[in-house]
Ligand binder design. Structure first.
Ligand SMILES: [Fe+2]
Length: 297
């Protein structure tokens, strides 16, 4: 069964959300939904999820799952809103437990158990989710960018999350806590073992030098021939050297702090303080040139 696929691009975070459905039964999943969040003002809006749900309603779809490819560090997840409005469950790779264990102490997130129970379903490598009558979604564990990344394979289509980007842009960074360039290379090679005609759906696009339009679909064959960082012939060691050197030059994503503390909770915003207001936490690192006694008395 070939799925129907519609993409929604969020220019504020360069993220692509996918609505994927079985044309027969009209059961659907949403992959990587976005909650609109302005960190400067703390304002949240629901525009991105609204447009996905409006399209689902137009098509007469029943959304069964909001699927996360990983705990994103560049946008807040819209999955809880999809769940609240449709009754869909929220699923992610089972290694999210490792991500929770890494970041729970960073954000003093004592409400988290670190067992992944905040999600409705934890997916194992090789597991299949069946949507409607016969739309099978196969889960591939593809760690490296984070420990918990998964790719969702549906027929001749693969939703690769943050592993590769378009061929002219390359690959995802591997320097977040729990990330690893060598592991990322092996995961990418695993995806590139899929049949050459497989269509690959990116999680992000940032354009690229010489390209003025956003783009988010390519194929295994195109990636193997042309991906800037991992085309056929680039060895694991060459990739690791390139990736680590490049990662050392990258700044933290603008929304990394609010994104991680929200998304590791399956997209739940941090708990309210006693005044009823929710706050995002930013752990502060003091400089070597000034200590607690000077700056934090
Ligand atoms: Fe990511």
């Amino acid at each position: 069964m070939s799925p129907e696929i519609r993409a929604f691009f969020d220019e504020a975070t360069n993220t692509v959300t996918y609505l994927v459905w079985c044309p027969d039964s009209r059961h659907a999943v949403v992959i990587d939904p976005v909650l609109d969040y302005d960190h400067a003002s703390g304002k949240v809006s629901t525009h991105s999820v609204d447009r996905v749900l409006a399209a689902a309603e137009d098509e007469g779809l029943t959304i069964d799952w909001a699927l996360e490819t990983h705990v994103h560090a560049d946008h807040l997840s819209g999955a809880p809103l999809i769940k609240a409005r449709t009754g869909a469950g929220i699923a992610i790779g089972e290694h999210v437990k490792e991500v929770q264990k890494i970041f729970r102490p960073v954000f003093m997130a004592d409400d988290l158990k670190g067992d992944g129970a905040d999600f409705d379903r934890l997916l194992k490598d090789g597991e299949t989710i069946t949507i409607g009558n016969d739309m099978d979604i196969k889960v591939m564990h593809v760690p490296g960018h984070t420990p918990a990344d998964v790719t969702y394979v549906i027929g001749d289509n693969a939703f690769v999350g943050d592993t590769m980007f378009m061929p002219d842009y390359g690959t995802a960074r591997a320097d977040f806590p729990g990330g690893d360039a060598r592991t990322l290379y092996r995961s990418i090679r695993k995806i590139l073992e899929l049949p050459p005609e497989t269509t690959l759906y990116m999680c992000h696009d940032y354009k690229a030098p010489g390209r003025d339009e956003y783009a988010w679909t390519t194929t295994v064959a195109e990636q193997r021939a042309n991906n800037l960082h991992v085309h056929d012939g680039i060895s694991e060691d060459e990739f690791v050297e390139m990736r680590e050197a490049r990662d050392a030059t990258l700044k933290a994503p603008a929304l990394i702090m609010p994104s991680i503390q929200t998304n590791m909770r399956a997209g739940r915003l941090p708990p309210a303080e006693t005044n009823g207001v929710r706050y995002m936490k930013v752990p502060i690192e003091l400089p070597h040139t000034a200590g607690e006694d000077e700056l934090a008395r």
